[in-house]
Write a protein that binds this ligand. Structure first.
Ligand code: MN
Length: 322
C-alpha cells in the first residue's frame, strides 16, 4: 500500500502504548489490543496512514492525558483533527443513553464528520467493540450498545455500501438482542448445511458449463446468508423459517457489463424466472452506488435460487464500500 508510512504508524503505536499503559479492556487484556485491532480493520479497508494512525490514537484524548495539542505537535494537524472528530462522537455517544435520541445522534455524526475518515474510524471502533461485547459484564450496557449499533451504525455502513461490515454488525447485535431467535435459525441452518453444500456444488457446476457453452467464463460463489438476514426476511415477507432457509444464493462474477446482461439472458431463457424478483441495479444503482443484477429462478433441481450477477469491480465495491 503506497499510502502507508511505517514511521508514522510505529510512532502512533508507541504513543498509544504509552498512553494506555495502565488500562485494561473488559476482556482482561491490555488496552492497546483495542486500538491495534481498530487499526487492523482500517488497514483491511485499504485506508491511508493518517486514518490508520487515528485508529491507533482514537481513544487517547478521551481516556488518557493526551491532548489535541500534543497529538498535533507529534502527528500534525490532519491526524489531530481526525482524532478530535472521533473523540467528539464518542463523548456524545456516552451522553445519549436514551434511544429516542437515535435520530439526533445520527445527525450529529454526519455533521461532525466533514471528513468521512472520522466515520470510518468510528465504524472500525464499533466493530471491534461489538466483536468483544460478550466480555462486557453489564447486560444493560450490552443491550444498549447492540440497539445503538442496529439503529445507527448498521444503517450508516449500509449507506456507505460496506456490506461485509454491516452484516457482521447486524448479526452480533441480533445475537445480543434476540439470542433465542438466532439460536433457532443457526440450528436450522446447521441441519441443512451438508445437503446444501452438495446442492451448491452441483448447481455451480451446471451454471459454469452452460455459460461456458455460450462463451462466458465466470466465477461462482455460493452465498451464506447470516442468521439476521434470514430473520429480517421472515419478518418482512411474513413467511416461514422453513421456506427461507431452503433458498440457495449464488453470486456470478463476470468480466464486463455486457456479459452481465448476456448471463441474465441465458439464465432466463434456460430456467423459469420467479416473477417480481428481477432487479437491475446496474442501470439503476442503489443510493450507495451498489451495482448488480438480481434475479430468482426455479433452478436445475427445481429449487428456488437467488442469483446476483456482477463484475469483479462491482463485487469489490459491494463488499467493502467506499
Ligand atoms: Mn475505542
Amino acid at each position: 500500500n503506497k499510502f502507508l508510512n511505517p514511521k508514522t504508524l510505529s510512532k502512533a503505536y508507541d504513543f498509544a502504548l504509552r498512553a494506555h499503559k495502565t488500562q485494561k479492556r473488559d476482556e482482561g487484556v491490555p488496552y492497546i489490543i483495542h486500538p491495534v485491532a481498530v487499526a487492523d480493520i482500517l488497514t483491511d479497508l485499504k485506508l491511508d496512514s493518517a486514518t490508520i494512525a487515528t485508529g491507533l490514537l482514537h481513544d487517547t484524548i478521551e481516556d488518557t492525558h493526551a491532548t489535541y495539542n500534543t497529538i498535533k505537535e507529534e502527528f500534525g494537524q490532519e491526524v489531530a483533527d481526525l482524532v478530535d472528530g472521533v473523540t467528539k462522537i464518542s463523548e456524545f455517544e456516552n451522553q445519549a443513553v436514551d434511544n429516542s435520541k437515535a435520530e439526533n445522534f445520527r445527525k450529529l455524526i454526519i455533521a461532525t464528520s466533514k471528513d468521512i475518515r472520522v466515520l470510518l474510524v468510528k465504524i472500525a471502533d464499533r466493530l471491534h467493540n461489538m466483536r468483544t461485547i460478550k466480555f462486557v459484564k453489564d447486560t444493560d450496557k450490552q443491550i444498549r450498545k447492540a440497539k445503538e449499533t442496529m439503529e445507527i451504525y448498521a444503517p450508516l455502513t449500509d449507506r456507505m455500501g460496506m456490506n461485509r461490515i454491516r452484516d457482521e454488525l447486524e448479526d452480533i447485535s441480533f445475537k445480543v438482542l434476540n439470542p433465542e431467535a438466532r439460536e433457532l435459525i443457526t440450528k436450522r441452518l446447521k441441519v441443512k448445511k451438508e445437503d446444501r453444500k452438495e446442492t451448491v456444488k452441483e448447481i455451480s457446476r451446471e451454471f459454469i458449463n452452460v455459460l461456458k457453452e455460450n462463451g462466458i467464463n465466470v466465477k461462482i460463489t455460493g452465498r451464506e446468508k447470516t442468521p439476521f438476514s434470514i430473520w429480517r426476511k421472515i419478518q418482512k415477507k411474513r413467511t416461514s423459517l422453513e421456506q427461507i432457509s431452503d433458498i440457495v444464493g449464488f453470486r456470478v462474477i463476470v468480466n464486463s457489463i455486457g456479459e452481465c446482461y448476456k448471463t441474465l439472458g441465458i439464465f432466463h431463457s434456460r430456467w423459469q424466472a420467479i416473477p417480481g424478483r428481477f432487479k437491475d441495479y446496474i442501470s439503476t444503482p442503489k443510493i450507495n452506488n451498489y451495482k448488480s443484477i438480481h434475479t430468482s429462478i426455479i433452478g436445475p433441481k427445481r429449487q428456488r435460487i437467488e442469483i446476483q450477477i456482477r463484475t469483479s469491480e462491482m463485487d469489490e465495491l459491494a463488499e467493502y464500500g467506499i
